[in-house]
Design a protein. Structure first.
Length: 261
């Protein structure tokens, strides 16, 4: 009798606890706090290029020859200002033995660029200034670009202006539009940029109008989380009357390493 009474009490207690648990509100999951973007990020790269192309101009006149060895190191620092706004500063160097240089150590050119990126939704805006120094000359430029990252074609429009220089060419504008589709193949990121460009009169020593069209393929192969190998091949068709290159049709190649931090 006592055993039956004990079992009944246990059952009643269990049923009561179950009822209380069933009526209790479920514990809310811990809120997910998004990771705060670091204040400073950046990248460093060293590229081997067959050509030095400046907005369609074949600077060293390589044409279809891949015999030149051009080393192009660069570094950029990005400062997160919040609200989608980023301040950037970068430098790019042209290193080779193709000419006598006043800079020294086969450094033919040092470019310093600074400006802002602003991202809102799928749009990225860039506005910047650059001082390009080579030999005893300095070229002053401004750059503006709008990119729409639609995940498919990623179209863009860009304006590059030479606002002051010590060159035989005039100040003026290069206007560009294009697309930059991309995809992945396993861990490898592929890109297929296509650009159409137009010059104002005597920007590259020729007439105004259609300057060039380029189409390429690029690949980024990760080695670690922050280190990757970069490869690219680009075909150019330039208009002789606007950009008087050695060859109006040529192919360029590049390979190098990129470190992000």
């Amino acid at each position: 009798m006592i055993g039956r009474t004990a079992l009944a009490l246990v059952a009643a207690f269990s049923l009561g606890v179950s009822s209380l648990m069933a009526g209790a509100p479920a514990k809310a999951p811990a809120p997910v706090v998004p990771a705060e973007a670091p204040f400073i990020t950046g990248n460093f790269s060293v590229m081997y290029d067959t050509h030095f192309i400046s907005y369609g101009q074949d600077v060293w006149g390589a044409g279809m020859d891949w015999g030149d060895a051009l080393i192009h190191p660069s570094i950029e620092l990005d400062f997160n200002l919040g609200g989608g706004l980023t301040y950037y500063i970068n430098t790019w160097w042209d290193v080779n033995d193709l000419a006598t240089t006043t800079i020294g150590s086969n450094i033919q050119e040092i470019d310093v660029n600074t400006g802002f990126y602003y991202v809102v939704g799928d749009f990225k805006f860039q506005l910047g200034y650059g001082a390009w120094m080579y030999a005893s000359q300095t070229e002053h430029v401004v750059d503006g670009k709008v990119t729409y990252s639609d995940g498919l074609f990623n179209p863009f429009v860009a304006v590059h202006g030479r606002v002051a220089d010590e060159l035989p060419f005039d100040t003026g504008i290069v206007a560009q539009t294009g697309i930059a589709p991309g995809t992945t193949l396993g861990p490898v990121a592929l890109s297929f940029p296509l650009t159409v460009s137009f010059d104002t009169d005597n920007f590259h020593g020729g007439d105004a109008g259609f300057a060039y069209v380029s189409a390429g393929i690029g690949a980024s192969v990760p080695l670690t989380k922050q280190i990757s190998l970069s490869f690219g091949v680009t075909y150019y068709h330039t208009e002789d009357a606007v950009i008087p290159n050695v060859d109006s049709d040529f192919v360029t190649g590049s390979a190098g390493v990129v470190v992000t931090f």
